[in-house]
Ligand binder design. Sequence first.
Ligand SMILES: Cc1ncc(C[n+]2csc(CCOP(=O)(O)OP(=O)(O)O)c2C)c(N)n1
Ligand SMILES: [Mg+2]
Length: 1025
Amino acid sequence: MAWFRAASGIAKLAIRRNLAQASSYATRRIHPLPSQNRYFHSTVFRSKAQAATAPVPRPVPLSKLTDSFLDGTSSVYIEELQRAWEADPDSVDESWDNFFRNFVGQAATMPGISGQTIQESMRLLLLVRAYQVNGHMKAKLDPLGLEQREIPDDLDPGLYGFTDADLDREFFLGVWRMAGFLSENRPVQTLRAILNRLEQAYCGSIGFEYMHIADREKCNWLRDKIETVSPMKYNQGRREVILDRLIWSTQFENFLATKWTAAKRFGLEGGETLIPGMKEMFDRAADLGVETIVIGMSHRGRLNVLGNVVRKPLRQIFSEFSGGTKPVDGEGGLYTGTGDVKYHLGTSYDRPTRGGKRIHLSLVANPSHLEAVDPVVVGKTRAKQYYSNDTDRTKNLGVLIHGDGSFAGQGVVYETLHLSALPNYTTGGTIHLVVNNQVAFTTDPRAGRSSQYCTDVAKALNAPIFHVNGDDVEAVVHVCELAAEWRQTFHSDVVVDIVCYRRFGHNEIDEPSFTQPKMYQVIRNHPRALDIYQNQLIKSGEISKEDVDKLLSKVSSILNEELMNSKDYVPSKRDWLSAYWLGFKSPEQLSRVRNTGVKPEILKTVGKAITTLPENFKAHKGVKRIFEQRAQMIETGEGIDWAVGEALAFATLVVEGNHVRLSGQDVERGTFSHRHAVIHDQETGEQYCPLDHIIINQDEEMFTVSNSSLSEFAVLGFELGYSMENPNSLVLWEAQFGDFANGAQVIFDQFLSSGESKWLRQTGLVVLLPHGYDGQGPEHSSARLERFLQMSDDNPYVIPEMDPTLRKQIQECNWQVVNVTTPANYFHVLRRQIHREFRKPLIVMAPKNLLRHKDCKSNLSEFDDVKGHPGFDKQGTRFKRLIKDQNDHSNLEEGIRRLVLCSGKIYYELDEERKKTDGKDVAICRVEQLCPFPYDLIQRELKRYPNAEIVWCQEEPMNMGAYTYIAPRLSTAMKALGRGNMDDIKYSGRAPSAASATGFYQVHQQEQNELIQKALQREPIKFSH
Ligand SMILES: Cc1ncc(C[n+]2csc(CCOP(=O)(O)OP(=O)(O)O)c2C)c(N)n1
Ligand SMILES: [Mg+2]
């Protein structure tokens, strides 16, 4: 049984080569069965014929497996197996085949033979595995050396019975289908050498965490990179580049610190190796096919990234330090918005790479709210992929830079990570870089998170995590490159955790020793990463001190030169238009009002396409009925309901070449089972989306409707980022119920309502928020209309220019808020988003019971642009900002005693009650667009009813709904006409309330009844509220 002993690698390799030439064997090895490859629990069945010749394995009790192993039962069994194998290698199980191939024919007396036993082999495997799983726990990650971590027992060779006496014995580790240490083609090594290399690979400056990844192929890929035969080493040329980049990163902060001592810049000192790391990552990504990178990051090191990585001109950065951002004259006018602090601004540039390519980098503007920009970056990346036809998602990459505190603490991180593999949201992997300076403002990690690492959240995604000591610039560069390779190979997320420190306070005027005295004692005496690296290179003789000094002085003279140039720096072009946005107007440029009606033939054609199902498609009978009714609506041109109105808007926009994307929870069917944008074959489960079949050879993604993950913050952020890429797209996010939108409040506050003003970036994103009081309790009634109106920036006391040819009211406002009541008006407001020369967010209070309301119907003639049809005027057919009373009122109705103004579905209830009570002397007008306030149309109605008492009717409580927004504006409109003031606006609605609605249905009905009665009561309303 001498062959059992492990022997020299050379002999084994020769055998392997011989065996590999036998074709059946080679094929099996090269093409593993897919089932084996993909799933953990898999069984490989052998053919019956083979099974018949193979000996039937008998169980061997462990007690029998002695050190010499091959005695007793086992040896008999193995001898039998060996004979069978010699006769036909295919007759035994593959694992035994492998076993014999490894060991057969070796001379027992070859030099270096150690007498490796099967137990030792198994223990050694466990030891290697322990390093793979837990090696990172022993890695030297903390540059300050303050970290106290218990080293897990399983990294101790003694645990496996190895002693000093074993250190110079040779062992063979090969395991079938393994990479790295355990691969079969590794030579026999002494235990000492194995341990050394394990320590180097897993416990040096890099802690690799990847054993949570279930996919064997991915783990093997990583093992190949980590467990190399000898440690990775950069050549001199690369080292010089790394040094140069580290000098730039360090000098940049230094320069700002000396020139603007009191300015806040959230410096990168202590984490300067981020810059060479990022640059290498981008170079490597470019080598591997990436053309565009969208970057999101917060305050820390942002200016350094802008200057050194994105290459925003240094003179511009310095000029902003000296005097802030300056208004620019040029094509877009002087519009500057409110501006923002310099460490929030975004920018984009084309940057050459080391490999001689060019890569387009854009850093997305972001608010102070940490991590809020994450989904925005991912959405923008996805949009770039769509527009550049990047179907394998290898040309456009998203990179997010996080802080340790925020990565662990902010929920949106998890929400964003969970979009990463969803078919309609994936971007083929985001690279995450954490600047882990081991403190968040004044909070220590032990108070800031419960997990060991700040990156543990990414394990949920099976992302590999590379922790790296931020003082070891080469290690940082190495893992950054590796991250780029991972992303381009596996198209999934990867995390680099740069463990560093923060040399100064949270910002430059903050005193860190108040709260971290010990840490800062160490930091004060700690050398900079640059000093460490340059000393290392000088010591090894790779670079001379003089050369280092030359590099240092070159960088500082360029910095000084740029400072000089910054004094008269004038930005040459407006920074807010990206390529697709050329020609779009700024808020101060006049833009034309356009017709949103559509030719009747087109309406009929697309109407047919969206109401026809494929012949053999077995739709649910309820859905089939709905589609038959829809077809009927198009056919007759009558009774078009909400869903068809919406589908017509989408379809006509698609026909005109626009991209339409609707996402949100359950939007495919629609929360209220009304949309049915995707239909399921009841027998095959196959899906059909009628809106994918509007034009011939329609691109699959041109119309996209997609159920999202159950997230508001990340999904809304994603769609916002998506919408910012190209103006020729209608991007919509729908909340399940409107009140859930507050889960995404940061996106509304920080981006949607104020993004254009702060960062000069437009978006036409549409937000659909189901709203309306149906007696379903506090949580499902209100989309908190008041919040959106309160954030609107139109002045309540100034009537702007309202002449249609001069009007810029919407352009000057931060967003539009509508509560639309007819399918046709919904159609037009959606189309208006695209048929204009600027983009503005649109908040829609979407209906619930109007989706099926018998009166909430429109005729096809209201959608077209035919002269004489309803709604057609000089400019064509358009969205009605206000719908006047439906009775045939003339321009002057002196007999009308009351004008009830309202918005949304309460209109239908008021109208019904008016019919019941024969209230012919009451006019009811619908304010369809609440913001910006339609002063012109309101005044038109005030003039029409000169004697009418003016009532604002709403179903929301007084402190909610539109009342507080409407009242001052209506009063401004009234005052201008001499029709009274605030006291003359009579309120009919619910009383102020903490909860948005009652949970008792009967109370709801009673309240609803009372507010309707009050709005229509015969006698004048005594009090204004
Ligand atoms: C959502 C949010 N909460 C609180 C803050 C206030 N804040 C600004 S920086 C900071 C600490 C961030 O720590 P970390 O993520 O570790 O980044 P670092 O500043 O250490 O680079 C805090 C709490 C914020 N900007 N955003
Ligand atoms: Mg931190």
